[in-house]
Design a protein around this ligand. Structure first.
Ligand code: SAH
Length: 216
């Protein structure tokens, strides 16, 4: 099958799995995933699975990208923060739905490649930088949405919640091991108390807290 046929099949599959938001489906349809996977995996670009992208990292499964994006309910005036740029695919999907995406990646090589893709595809509303995403991007806060695409294994990235607007939504995988990892949705109630909702099981690469990694 051609990539084009595979892309249409993937969109149908996502629809069948419960992605009902037509803006989200439209964004996924318009971002060429083959541009974000290594050449050797090009044929599999529209398979509904995660794929390796170098530096030991992965591009997330399309269904996971779609569910997380749908859950954020992104409006076209919003400012969105992503932690874990990776291939840049999720950022590119977000960029179709909001005013500006800020994205942080700790591997410089991945970030350089992702930025190259954004330029080639003329996606101009993503600002990305190398850094430790657990600290967020305080200069640009508050954000309407925050999406964490690597799993917090020890501490929840509380610094990120401080950078979420009062009506904002953050979605992040949390869990000590890959077999016990769930997506959580964080928001604040009308009195400003944190609400967290455990959603579905996922498997993300770990979110590296550079403070933990530093020699003592
Ligand atoms: N959103 C990506 C998937 C990335 S996989 C995509 O669409 O392709 C998770 C990424 O998070 C990896 O690239 C990893 O290097 C990065 N990461 C892990 N810990 C991080 C941290 N503390 N700060 C920034 N990036 C981090």
């Amino acid at each position: 099958m051609t990539l084009e046929a595979n892309r249409i099949r993937l969109i149908m599959e996502l629809r069948g799995q419960g992605i009902t938001d037509s803006r989200v489906l439209g964004a996924i349809e318009r971002v060429p995933r083959e541009a974000f996977v290594p050449d050797t995996f090009r044929d599999q670009a529209y398979e509904n699975m995660a794929l390796p992208i170098g530096s030991g990292q992965t591009i997330s499964q399309p269904a996971v990208v779609a569910f997380m994006t749908q859950e954020l309910q992104i409006g076209d005036r919003m400012k969105v923060l992503e932690i874990g740029t990776g291939s840049g695919y999720q950022a590119a999907v977000l960029a179709k739905l909001c005013r500006r995406v800020y994205s942080i990646e700790r591997h410089r090589e991945l970030l350089v490649e992702a930025e190259q893709k954004f330029r080639e595809l003329r996606i101009n509303n993503i600002t990305a930088r190398v850094g430790d995403g657990t600290k967020g991007w305080p200069e640009q806060a508050p954000f309407d949405c925050i999406i964490v695409t690597a799993a917090a294994t020890r501490n929840l990235p509380y610094a990120l919640l401080d950078q979420l607007s009062p009506e904002g939504v953050m979605i992040a995988p949390v869990g000590k091991t890959t077999r016990d990892q769930y997506l959580y949705r964080f928001s604040f109630d009308s009195e400003g108390y944190l609400e967290q909702k455990k959603m579905w099981p996922v498997r993300f690469v770990p979110l590296i807290d550079d403070d933990d990694a530093a020699p003592s």
